[in-house]
Design a protein around this ligand. Structure first.
Ligand code: LRH
Length: 516
């Protein structure tokens, strides 16, 4: 059989890439055809800074990456797109992008959840959408958007001021970022379910927009989403052929390549690629964020789960991604960015080696503390945290990185235990996927802190998850999730880390000291 080439566009908050997965002999070989930097761009706004994505630049990179794929590797039999969750663009009545695309770290949503929960109590909301509360959930962004006038208010809820007289929101269409790029490629607007589940507007049991929730947003907060939300599709749906006049991408028969709505939330693609053989596994998807959790058949919508801020995002093939957002390598990347601005040139390898040599658990922070969320000088924030909690401040770059790694592992330990308790699922092995697994110290610390065997790999989990779902959606391969995972496993470098039993006491003590 001749090889099948599948294009995967995978955008992260700090970098994006276009890959080709070549499927032959039960394996996938990856070729990267384009990689580019990404990051939120600040602009001055009313009451402070706003953060935006340069989506036109991203679109241009996607186009060039796909053209390079066809040119350098061969015709593409399918294309799939995934990005980080929650962010969206709005189309105006003529289908053109209207306004800018806000970045999820934009402070415009500060205080919005409280405003929303005053009208729709948080427990009521969680019992429907099962979503953790983060300021950046699309629902809160849409409330902020309508307050800024980007989404016209349907009722004069802002002290009698109607922002765009007469213009109903129904003239807008909201497309999450992967769906926006898919729309530009195919002309068809859809909402792929795994990413739609990060909006807060989806009924987690029904896997559909929640009509009662939308109704309440309209009547109680004046946010009218009637007609704004596109048709929901499950991951694996062929959205349509690529428009060759837009990007000239074709298959081996010269026909326009089908664009498949894959697990378009990057985390959903990463979880689809966890190379697990059985079902007793937990996972950590390690990138800008660490997404720590379990795969379940049904959402956990209990009050205890809400109180622990666990989320029920939706996965491919009817699964639920029951997980927690842990701050992730964001803190490390921001620290490095600041050091480089200060003139300190250290490679990742040197930084990891320095962390490895540093004393373990000397300083630990609550890595999920909101002080680490916004861009800025992370070392200074660690200092503040250390002083506030009566711990020694790190004395060297290596000690700062060690503090970040130790603190991440401590957060993994806690999230792991909670996920198990709240869902009743027992965990036998911890899979780590994503670029963050190149940090070997972090993988070992994850094993030590959780007491679980860690199976690390693949680093390109998200792209592989994208590729297998795109390939199956386009009818190029067959099989259930277990079969797709086997294909990923055959294609990946995998490293195992055994927990060091002698380390357990240190982790117990660190957790007690920091969290009581
Ligand atoms: C990871 C991720 C995560 C979301 C966040 C906005 O890239 O998609 O799952 O919570 O970005």
């Amino acid at each position: 059989a001749h090889p099948i080439h599948v294009g995967a566009v995978d955008l992260g908050a700090s970098s994006g890439r276009v890959m080709v997965g070549t499927i032959a002999d039960g394996r996938i070989e990856l070729t990267e055809t384009r990689r580019f930097a990404n990051g939120p761009i600040p602009l001055p706004g009313p009451g402070g800074e706003r953060l935006y994505w340069d989506v036109l630049h991203l679109w241009d990179e996607i186009r060039q990456g796909l053209l390079a794929a066809v040119r350098d590797v061969g015709p593409l039999s399918a294309v799939g797109i995934d990005t980080w969750g929650v962010d969206y663009g709005l189309l105006g009545p003529s289908g053109l992008l209207s306004g800018q695309v806000s970045a999820y770290r934009c402070p415009r949503t500060r205080g919005v959840p409280e405003e929303v929960f005053a009208a729709i109590p948080a427990p009521e909301m969680y019992s429907v959408n099962g979503l953790q509360v983060q300021d950046f959930n699309t629902l809160f962004q849409l409330v902020a958007e309508s307050r800024d006038g980007g989404l016209p208010r349907a009722t004069p809820a802002d002290g009698g001021v109607v922002s765009a007289a007469g213009a109903g929101s129904a003239q807008r269409t909201m497309l999450l970022l992967p769906d926006l790029f898919t729309y530009w490629l195919t002309g068809r607007p859809v909402a792929e379910i795994t990413n739609a589940s990060t909006t807060g507007l989806v009924d987690a049991r029904e896997r559909a927009w929640s009509a009662p929730l939308l109704e309440r947003l309209h009547t109680e907060l004046g946010v009218d989403l009637d007609g704004v939300l596109p048709e929901v599709v499950e991951a694996g749906t062929v959205v349509g052929p690529v428009r060759r006049d837009v990007v000239d991408v074709f298959d081996p028969d010269g026909r326009p390549t089908p664009v498949v709505a894959v697990g378009s939330h990057d985390t959903a693609s990463a979880v689809a690629a966890v190379p697990a053989a059985g079902s007793d596994f937990a996972y950590i998807s390690c990138g800008t964020w660490s997404l720590v959790g379990l795969e379940l058949d049904a959402p956990v919508l209990t009050e205890a789960s809400r109180a622990a801020n666990f989320t029920n995002e939706l996965g491919v093939d009817g699964t639920v991604r029951y997980l927690k957002n842990v701050m992730g390598l964001w803190v490390f990347n921001e620290a490095v960015r600041t050091w480089r601005e200060q003139g300190l040139e250290l490679s990742y390898r040197e930084l990891d080696a320095a962390a490895e040599a540093a004393d373990p658990l000397r300083t630990v922070v609550d890595i999920n503390d909101p002080v680490f969320f916004n861009p800025g000088d992370m070392a200074a924030r660690i200092d503040d945290f250390a002083i506030r909690t009566g711990q020694p401040r790190p004395r060297s770059v290596g000690e700062y990185v060690r503090c970040i790694d130790d603190s991440l592992a401590l957060a993994y330990r806690r999230a792991m235990r909670e996920a198990s308790e709240l869902s009743g699922k027992r965990v036998g092995v911890l899979h780590m996927v994503g670029g963050g697994i190149s940090n070997r110290l972090l993988c070992q610390l994850a094993a030590d802190a959780t007491g679980l065997k860690v199976v690390a790999g693949p680093a390109e989990g998200t792209a592989l998850g994208n590729i297998v779902v795109a390939a199956r959606g386009a009818g190029l391969i067959e099989g259930d999730l277990t079969a797709l995972r086997k294909l990923v496993r055959n294609s990946s470098d995998i490293t195992e880390y055994a927990p060091d039993p002698a380390a357990a006491a240190g982790w117990d003590a660190a957790e007690r000291q920091l969290f009581g």
